[in-house]
Every structure is written in structure tokens, then in C-alpha cells.
Design a protein around this ligand. Structure first.
Ligand SMILES: [Zn+2]
Length: 458
């Protein structure tokens, strides 16, 4: 165990830091990435640690650089538009972080420290082996996050120090070192994806079944069975022949034997390599626990009364992966109509009565082979009650008189006008009325030879 040379000085620093909390602890919060409402996004928050007052711009730039690396890795790259990221700046009294093994101690807001638990690159905040009081670290993070970004799926503390270091858990901690982004991605695999470590460890803990780690060797019981080709041997030999395939490789969940992982290499096993297909699938399923293939639709009401001829605008808003589109399918009474986000329905094509409009949006990515909750597709539906004006006019001369029998039939909820013209240009109303049970009958004098008549709904 390594302790600071003068623990009482450390305690004094801590006391000072606590007394600053009322002012420095307010924090300022801002969007680093904003793609949509928090309800339908994965929400990350990055807190500043070891930045002094006046270094907010530096923190913003460092956080942006971290995000560039984070979102350069799949599936985060393809689904970057599914993420919001908030920045939370809080000033420390001093810049940097503690390096106890070098005798370096900085008075920082979350009291971060390298060399935690005897390992140089393990960068933590209290409670840790040097400071057991969560009020100096974790509680401060949680209080700030609760005040500024209560809805979040991942909390990252970015430590203003160039040395490589970081740690995982409910709060991810990383330094400015470029390699720290890799560590954060691995830890995000745990925190966001609920993924297991895919390596063995000399000090194993009790393993449990995870999306990417299993003790099952029967093909149909392997969680990632959908990814394993029929001719892949199980367990799968750790030989170059199988380096590129998904199978059942021994060594996972800290166990050298009896526990298996999907691929020879994966970011959950070693930094600097991609997430394997199984881990990528799991992360994507987690993204879709918040994101929905349909974000909103228009019209907002799903029962529509249609009495006119104006085209009706239907619209579906879908999220936007980077290189592929959410598939959209509109249908009307079961017939495919459009694959565009906006579709106009012309009611003149509809008979009076009830009609159904339906839209289905789905992420047809081949990165997900098993979607037990059906999260990668969504639907919306509308019922249209169409009662468009629809009139027929029949006239017949009454023999022996200069009158005509007039019958107007159909549908005209606001009534109709009977109009007369000599030239099809100028029309003169001669009668207005409504329909009773869809019908109007009368006898009219027709003492104008060469006249034309029409019935017009009002
Ligand atoms: Zn994996």
C-alpha cells in the first residue's frame, strides 16, 4: 500500500476542497453533442476533473477530442446520432491529478488519483484505497449529475492529466492520454452493454452467464448461437484457422477453463481491437432500449375524419444511422404505398368508409441477428373515416309540363347547391338544400331551353 508522505496535509486539502463546494460545486453544464430528446437517446455526461477556473475551453476541447475517439469505434460510429453528450465543468483548485508514487498531490475537485490499489495506471476517485470517503469523490459526481444531467446512461470523469490511466464501474474515469479512450470504450462495454470481460485472470471471481460469456457448450444453448456457422467446431480451437470466425473459445469471465467467449479477439478481451460481432450486437440492442425506430409521427391523432379533397400529409421521423437508413414502409388498407418519410394521401382515391394507414419502420442492420424484444422495429397506424361529398344529379322532364323532376343523391354533409349555366362557364345557383337520408327530390320549372344543371356540395 502506498500513502501520501504526510496524511495530515492531505486531510487539510480535503477540508479546503469541501469548503469550496458551495461555490465551485455549482458547475456549468452544456451540450457537447445534441441529436434529440433525452427520452429517445443514449445520454452521456462528461465531468471535468483537475481543471482550474478559466480552463473551461480547454475542457471542452479535451472532451471533444475524447468523443472523436469514442465515436470512431463501432457500433458507436454508425449510431452516433443516437447519443447526446453533456459536458459538466467544475473548477478544481489545482490542475492535474495525484501521482502518489511520485509524491505528486493535487487539490482537485473529485480528489482523483493514479496508482490506485497498487497499480500505476488505475486512476480512481474516492472511495479508493487512499481515501475511503465517497463524499470526496463519487458523491460529488453523483450530486452534480443529479443536478445537471439526471437522465444519463453513462458518466465519465475526464481527468486533466496526460498520463495513461482510467477505471470502470458506475463512473468511468479516464485521463487525457489517447489510449485512455480505448479503456473507456472497454469499460463502456461493461457499463452500457452489460458485457463480460473475455479474458482469464489469475484471481478469478465467480462467473455468471453474460451475453458474451457462457459455460454452455451445447450449440442451441449458447447465447450467440445465431452467429455460429454449422461447421464450426465447439468448443472452437484457438488456432489461426478460426481467428476470423465466431465460435466458442475457451477463456472468459476471468476463467481460463470451462468458460467461453465468442471470438479469439474482442475489445472486451484486449484494447485496440474491435468489439466482436456478439458484443456489437448486444451494444446495439442496448441503444435500442432507448432509441426507437419511430421517433414521432404526423398527424398526431390516429383517427381522422376526412370530408374534403385536400391531400393528407403523413410523416414519420426516424433516427439516422451514419451509413444506412431506417427502412420505412407505408401501406393503405394493406397495400404498399411509399417508402419515404413523408407520404401524401389523396382522399379522392378513397371510397367513403373506413380505411387504415399503417407505417412500419425498422433497422434492417445485419449487426443484430436476435432481437427478442422486437426493439429494432416499430409501427404506427391511423384510421381514416372518409365521408367525402359525393353527389349524383338526375333530371327528367315531366311530360305535359315545363317542369323537371330533380333528384340529388349521395353525401354532402354541409348541403348542396343546384346551379345552372348556359355555357359551362358562368354558373348561377338556383337552389340550395340539404340531403335527407342521402337524397333530395323536387320538381322545378325548366323554362330555359339550352340550360345545363349541376349539383355542387357546399
Ligand atoms: Zn466480444
Amino acid at each position: 500500500m502506498h500513502f501520501p508522505p504526510h496524511p495530515w496535509i492531505r486531510n487539510l486539502f480535503l477540508a479546503l476542497a469541501v469548503s469550496q463546494a458551495a461555490s465551485a460545486g455549482q458547475g456549468t453544464c452544456f451540450d457537447l453533442i445534441r441529436t434529440g430528446p433525452v427520452e429517445t437517446r443514449m445520454n452521456l455526461v462528461i465531468l471535468a476533473e483537475g481543471y482550474i477556473a478559466g480552463q473551461e475551453d480547454q475542457f471542452r476541447a479535451d472532451a471533444a477530442a475524447l468523443l472523436d475517439q469514442f465515436f470512431a469505434v463501432e457500433p458507436f460510429l454508425e449510431y452516433r446520432a443516437y447519443f447526446n453528450v453533456r459536458g459538466l465543468f467544475v473548477a478544481s483548485a489545482q490542475a492535474g491529478s495525484d501521482h502518489p508514487r511520485s509524491g505528486i498531490f493535487r487539490d482537485t475537485y473529485f480528489n482523483s488519483s493514479f496508482d490506485s490499489f497498487g497499480i500505476d495506471q488505475v486512476l480512481t476517485i474516492p472511495p479508493n484505497d487512499r481515501d475511503p470517503d465517497p463524499a470526496h469523490g463519487r458523491d460529488r459526481v453523483q450530486a452534480l449529475v443529479a443536478a445537471h444531467a439526471p437522465e444519463n446512461q453513462l458518466v465519465i470523469v475526464l481527468v486533466n492529466d496526460p498520463e495513461y490511466g482510467g477505471s470502470g464501474g458506475p463512473i468511468l474515469i479516464g485521463s487525457l492520454n489517447m489510449a485512455a479512450a480505448e479503456l473507456l470504450l472497454h469499460e463502456a462495454g461493461h457499463s452500457l452493454g452489460g458485457l463480460a470481460d473475455e479474458y482469464a485472470d489469475p484471481y478469478p471471481i465467480d462467473p455468471v452467464e453474460m451475453p458474451n460469456a457462457t459455460a454452455q457448450t451445447r450449440r442451441d444453448r449458447i447465447p450467440w448461437a445465431a452467429w455460429i456457422a454449422a461447421d464450426t467446431p465447439l468448443p472452437t480451437p484457438a488456432t489461426p484457422e478460426y481467428a476470423g470466425v465466431i465460435g466458442l473459445f475457451e477463456g472468459a469471465q476471468y476463467q481460463a477453463q470451462g468458460w467461453f467467449r465468442p471470438r479469439l479477439e474482442c475489445k472486451m478481451r484486449a484494447l485496440g481491437v474491435p468489439f466482436c460481432e456478439v458484443c456489437r450486437e448486444q451494444l446495439l440492442r442496448v441503444f435500442y432500449r432507448r432509441a426507437r425506430p419511430i421517433e414521432s409521427v404526423l398527424p398526431e391523432t390516429n383517427r381522422l375524419e376526412v370530408a374534403g379533397n385536400e391531400r393528407i400529409r403523413f410523416e414519420v421521423r426516424v433516427p439516422a444511422p451514419r451509413s444506412h437508413s431506417i427502412r420505412i414502409e407505408w401501406d393503405l388498407d394493406g397495400k404498399p404505398m411509399s417508402i419515404d418519410p413523408v407520404w401524401f394521401l389523396d382522399p379522392r382515391t378513397l371510397a367513403n368508409g373506413s380505411h387504415a394507414v399503417h407505417v412500419r419502420a425498422s433497422d434492417a442492420t445485419d449487426w443484430v441477428r436476435t432481437d427478442p424484444e422486437g426493439r429494432l422495429e416499430a409501427t404506427a397506424a391511423w384510421t381514416l373515416n372518409v365521408e367525402r361529398p359525393d353527389l349524383r344529379l338526375e333530371m327528367s322532364l315531366v311530360s305535359g309540363s315545363d317542369a323537371a323532376r330533380v333528384e340529388v343523391a349521395g353525401f354532402a354533409p354541409r348541403g348542396f347547391a343546384l346551379e345552372r349555366s348556359a355555357d359551362f362557364q358562368e354558373w348561377t345557383p338556383i337552389l340550395t338544400n340539404g340531403l335527407t337520408d342521402g337524397r333530395f327530390q323536387a320538381e322545378l320549372p325548366v323554362n330555359r331551353p339550352g340550360a345545363f344543371y349541376r349539383a355542387v356540395s357546399r
